[in-house]
Design a protein around this ligand. Structure first.
Ligand SMILES: C[S@@+](CC[C@H](N)C(=O)[O-])C[C@H]1O[C@@H](n2cnc3c(N)ncnc32)[C@H](O)[C@@H]1O
Length: 390
C-alpha cells in the first residue's frame, strides 16, 4: 500500500472506538495494510528450560536460526542470540541497546523474583517498551497513544513488574513520568494490541508463539468473529522487512465497510469467544455471528460438547482443533440452514488441514482467473475452485 493512496482510513465506530474502514471498494486478496513494528520482543520466559528454545530464533530479526549452534551470543548478557553479525551489530543500537542488555542480564539473574513465566515475558515487554524512550521517543509516544489504560491491569502484578524495572535506571526517566501507573498502562497496551509470531507450523506439535510485536496502524483493527480480513506474517522470509504484518481482504467489500480481524482462531465456540474477548480485551462482542449463536439452544451447544468430549478423549490437549471439527461438521450439515447463516465461512475460509485452524485469504488479485487461497497459519496454498468442489 502506498502512503498516498491508503485503502483503509481510521474512523470512530460507536461502541468500538477507533477502527479502519475501506476508502474504496476492495477486491478479495487485496493488501490493505503493510505495517512495520515499533517493537518486537521474545515470547520465551527467561528460565533455564527455555534457553535452548530461545537460541532457535534470532533475538533481533526473529527468523528461525538455521544452525542454532553457530548463533552469535551477546558476550555481555548471554541472553541474546543473533543469526549473523549484521543482526548482532544492528541490535546493539536498537533492540539490544546497552540498557536492554543490562536489563535482560538482571532479569535472568533475578528470575526468582518473577516466578510466573508470563510475568517474565511481560518484563521482557517492559524492557523493550522503556528502551523506546532511549532509542526512539517518537515510537514511545505512538505506543502510549494505543488503546489500554492502567486500570485494565491487576495492581499487584503491575507493582511487582514496576519494582523490577525501577531497579534499572534509564535516561529521561523523569520526563516520561515514570511511575507504576505508567508501567501498568504499558502492560495494558501490550495486552490489547500485541500480535504473536508463531513458531513454524508442524503437525502434532502444539502451537506456540516465538515473539510478540506491536504495530502503529494494525493496532487499529477491531475484532469480528467472522472477519473480513486476515493478517499474514512472513518472519522466516529473507525479506528485509520480515517482521512486517500484511493484512489482506478475505472477500470483496464495499467502500466504507469496517475492516475487522479475528483476534483468535475463528473456530472457537460462542462461550469461549465471549469469555476471551471479555477477559483479554474488555468488551462483549455483538457481531452478526455472536447474535446468531447467542440464540442457539443448549442442546446445540451440548451436541458440540459431546463431539468435543469424544474427540477430546483421543486428543485431550487440542481443544481448538476439536472445535474446528464440530464447526466444520455443522457447516457441512447445515450450509443452507438459517440457524447457521455463516456456515459458508467455515466451508470456504477455514483451513481444513489437520490441527491447523488457520483462516484462508486469496493471494493478491492477478490476471490469473483462479483464486489461490493462502492459510495464515500453516501457509498452505489451495485453489478456491477445488475447495468449493470439495
Ligand atoms: C487492538 S484495539 C483496536 C482499536 C481500538 N478500537 C482503538 O480505539 O484503539 C482492541 C480494542 O478495541 C476494542 N474493540 C475491538 N473490537 C471490538 C468490537 N468488536 N466491539 C467492541 N469493542 C471492540 C476493544 O476495546 C479492544 O480492547
Amino acid at each position: 500500500m502506498s502512503e498516498t493512496t491508503p485503502l483503509v482510513s481510521p474512523a470512530e465506530i460507536p461502541g468500538k472506538g477507533r477502527s479502519l474502514v475501506a476508502t474504496e471498494a476492495l477486491k478479495a486478496g487485496q493488501i490493505v495494510l503493510r505495517d512495520s513494528p515499533i517493537l518486537v520482543y521474545s515470547a520465551f520466559p527467561v528460565t533455564v528450560d527455555h534457553y535452548n528454545k530461545e537460541r532457535s530464533y534470532c533475538s533481533h530479526c526473529f527468523r528461525s536460526m538455521s544452525n542454532p549452534a553457530s548463533a552469535i551470543s551477546c558476550p555481555c548478557c548471554f541472553s541474546a542470540f543473533f543469526c549473523n553479525s549484521n543482526c548482532s551489530s544492528s541490535a546493539l543500537s536498537s533492540s539490544h541497546s546497552p540498557w536492554v542488555c543490562q536489563a535482560l542480564k538482571r532479569l535472568r539473574e533475578n528470575a526468582s523474583s518473577l516466578p510466573a513465566e508470563d510475568q517474565q515475558v511481560q518484563a521482557r515487554f517492559l524492557v523493550a517498551a522503556y528502551n523506546l524512550v532511549v532509542i526512539s521517543p517518537a515510537n514511545f509516544q505512538i505506543l502510549m497513544s494505543l488503546q489500554g489504560e492502567h486500570t485494565n491491569i491487576d495492581t499487584a502484578s503491575a507493582f511487582l513488574l514496576h519494582s523490577f524495572i525501577s531497579s534499572l535506571s534509564f535516561p529521561n526517566q523523569a520526563q516520561i513520568g515514570f511511575s507504576v501507573e505508567l508501567t501498568a498502562a504499558l502492560l495494558a497496551k501490550d495486552k490489547l494490541n500485541a500480535f504473536g509470531f508463531m513458531v513454524p507450523f508442524a503437525i502434532h506439535k502444539e502451537r506456540s508463539v516465538r515473539a510478540y510485536a506491536i504495530y502503529p496502524r494494525a493496532s487499529f483493527f477491531n475484532h469480528d468473529c467472522l472477519p473480513n480480513a486476515c493478517r499474514f506474517d512472513y518472519v522466516d522470509s529473507s525479506d528485509e522487512n520480515n517482521t512486517d504484518i500484511i493484512v489482506r481482504i478475505i472477500h470483496d467489500l464495499p467502500q466504507g465497510r469496517e475492516i475487522c480481524l479475528s483476534y483468535f482462531p475463528v473456530n472457537l465456540k460462542y462461550s469461549e469467544r465471549q469469555c476471551r474477548l471479555k477477559e483479554d480485551y474488555g468488551f462483549i462482542c455483538n457481531c452478526d455471528r455472536c447474535r446468531v449463536e447467542a440464540n442457539w439452544s443448549d442442546e446445540e451447544d451440548e451436541e458440540d460438547e459431546v463431539i468435543d468430549e469424544v474427540e477430546g478423549e483421543e486428543e485431550d490437549d487440542n481443544n481448538s482443533v476439536d472445535e474446528q471439527m464440530s464447526m466444520n461438521d455443522k457447516a457441512n450439515a447445515s450450509a443452507a440452514d438459517n440457524d447457521f447463516p455463516h456456515a459458508y465461512f467455515f466451508l470456504r475460509y477455514m483451513c481444513n488441514r489437520d490441527q491447523c485452524g488457520g483462516t484462508l485469504a486469496p493471494l493478491p488479485p492477478s490476471n490469473n482467473k483462479v483464486a489461490v487461497m493462502e492459510c495464515n497459519v500453516c501457509g498452505s496454498l489451495s485453489n478456491l475452485d477445488e475447495l468449493c468442489d470439495g
